[in-house]
Structure formats: C-alpha cells, structure tokens
Design a protein around this ligand. Structure first.
Ligand code: NAP
Length: 289
C-alpha cells in the first residue's frame, strides 16, 4: 500500500503498513456510506472497517470505486478490513469470505477477520465452537495464500482463544480487533498480542459515543482545547493502538481525524487509564468455549 496521507501507520507482521486511523462503518446505513467515506478521504483517512454483518460491504466498495479517482487516489492507497460473519463460522467460511470479496468487489481485501469466536445459532458452551473457528481459520489461510486476503486476523477473541489459535495456526494472525477505551484497558489481551507479535486494534474507542460525556474526559478535553472524542482517540493512538471511530456526520468524521497534532501529558493518560473498570459497551465473548 502506498500511503498518500500523512496519517501514521503501524507495521503488521505481514510486512504491510496499516493506518493508525480508520473509519468505522457499523450502523452506517447504505445511504450514509458515500457521504461518510467522501468526508473521510478528504480528512486523510485511508482505512475503512466493514463486516459482513454490517450489510454495507457493497456500498463501501461502490463508494470507493467512485470516490478514489475523484480524490486522485487508487485502490492501493486504501486499507480495507472486513469480517467473516458468525453465521458463516465453520464449514460455510469459504462461501462467507468469497461473498465479502464479491460484495466489496475491490480485487482483494487488505485485512479479513473472524468476527466472533462463536457460531451463530450455537450456545456459547457448545463444544463444536473450537472446531468451527479452526475450520474458519484454515479457510482464511487458504485465501491468504491465494493473495485474496492480504492479511488475516481475529476479533473479540479472549486470551484463551488467542493462545488456542497461536498453537494451531500455520499462518500467524496479523491483528486482534477488540473493544478498547479508558474503561476497558484490556491489559491481559494487550500483553498476549505483544508476546505473539499480533497488532492490537481498538473498536468502540468512544464507548459508542457515551464516553464523550464522561466528566474526566470532558475536563481533560477542556484543559487541552480539544473535543472529548479527540482525547479518547489520542489516548489510544498515543499508546500505539489503531482506532476506528464511526460517524455518519461529516463534521465529526473530520474532527475525529485531528488526533496527530497534539499530545496528552503522561498524567492525563494515567488519569484516563485509571477509569478502567472492565466496562463493555459492546458484546462479550468471555463465555464462548
Ligand atoms: P464508536 O466509534 O465508539 O462510537 C460511535 C458513536 O459515537 C456513534 O453514535 C457516533 O454518532 C458517535 N460519535 C462519533 N464521533 C463523535 C464525536 N466526535 N463526538 C461525539 N459523538 C461522536 O462506536 P462503534 O461504532 O461501536 O465502534 C467503531 C467501529 O469499530 C465500528 O463502526 C466498527 O467498524 C468497529 N466495531 C467492531 C466490532 C467488532 O466486533 N469487531 C464491534 C464494534 C465496533 P454519529 O454517527 O451520529 O456521529
């Protein structure tokens, strides 16, 4: 990928750079995708995070095909992530991944993740879950070897799921994408990723928007003349953790990108990290066997 934006990036274990900032697209309905992607490209975003379950892969692919030339960019300038839906875990994995590739229709996917360690319609304690995710991983390895998925990884895996994968995989996961913000610092998962050379990536950095109203976040934002969202995103990227803020509002898309021109003091970082209470705004995979 040739990064034509000034957005900093992290080096994945595949040797490829992944931007530290990406646009989240969960809950962006088809009509909102084009406007948000347009604003994001102007603001310097070069990474876009979709998933089969978001039902917007086709709109994202179409928007990029139209907008990249408009902004003087090419397919190689952007980094596209998508995810295998829990309904396709196991024997349907090949069908699911090929469907994502055809929906996006961008030739290849830069990063493809197993969205969830479980299987839709199966109890979290179902003993078939480990076999199903192993089968999904083998499928992703095959498509990676064919060059259709440039990097592969997982999402919502716990330390136990990560260790199971590392012990059995042929291709090492490049990324683990999980919920991460000051109320959920994920210390154990971060050290597992560090030990195995897996890039730890954040989702729901704004606590689905709710954390922007936290009094500590607001106070730090006021003191440094920034928005609460910028403070939350800066807290992550300053620790080297890539973020994927979602907004359907072009002004917020732009605002959320202005996180590389200021620094939080060590004491502000510590004050935010002290909010850690294990709170999850999103789903919790800890019970999935
Ligand atoms: P988020 O980015 O933490 O928050 C999004 C919410 O915050 C939206 O309601 C948005 O509203 C609001 N918002 C955005 N910018 C704001 C600002 N500057 N000030 C105040 N509010 C603001 O939540 P998320 O969508 O859950 O997570 C981000 C992305 O991570 C997702 O879109 C998805 O791509 C990915 N994700 C992955 C998983 C997974 O299982 N792998 C799970 C969750 C999320 P408006 O749209 O109205 O601006």
């Amino acid at each position: 990928m040739s990064l034509t934006s000034t957005t900093p990036s992290v080096l994945l274990n595949t040797g490829v750079q992944m931007p530290l900032l990406g646009l989240g697209t969960y809950k962006l309905c088809p009509e909102e995708v084009y406007r948000a992607v347009d604003a994001a490209l102007v603001a310097g975003y070069r990474s876009f995070d979709s998933a089969a379950v978001y039902r917007n892969e086709a709109e994202l692919g179409r928007a990029l095909k139209e907008l990249l030339p408009k902004h003087g960019l090419t397919r190689e300038d952007v980094f596209i992530t998508s995810k295998l839906g829990p309904k396709d875990q196991g024997e349907r994995a090949m069908q699911g991944a090929l469907h994502s590739l055809s929906q996006l229709d961008l030739g290849y996917i830069d990063l493809y993740l197993i969205h969830w360690p479980g299987t839709q319609g199966m109890d979290v304690t179902d003993q078939r879950n480990p076999g199903n995710r192993a089968q999904s991983w083998a499928t992703l390895e095959e498509l990676h070897a064919q060059g259709k998925l440039k990097a592969i990884g997982v999402s919502n895996y716990t330390p136990a799921h990560m260790k199971e994968l590392i012990q059995s995989c042929r291709t090492h996961p490049a990324v683990l994408q999980v919920e991460f913000h000051p109320q959920l610092c994920q210390t154990e998962l971060r050290s597992v990723c560090e030990e195995y050379g897996v890039c730890f990536q954040a989702y729901s950095s704004l606590g689905k928007g709710e954390l922007t109203a936290h009094h500590v976040v607001m106070e730090i934002a006021k003191n440094c003349g920034r928005t609460p969202a910028q403070v939350l995103l800066r807290w992550a990227v300053q620790q080297g953790v890539p973020v994927l803020p979602k907004s359907s509002n072009p002004d917020r898309v732009k605002d959320n990108a202005r996180i590389f021109d200021f620094t939080l003091s060590d004491s502000d970082v510590d004050r935010l990290s002290a909010l850690d209470c294990g709170h999850k705004y999103c789903w919790d995979a800890s019970q999935v066997v």
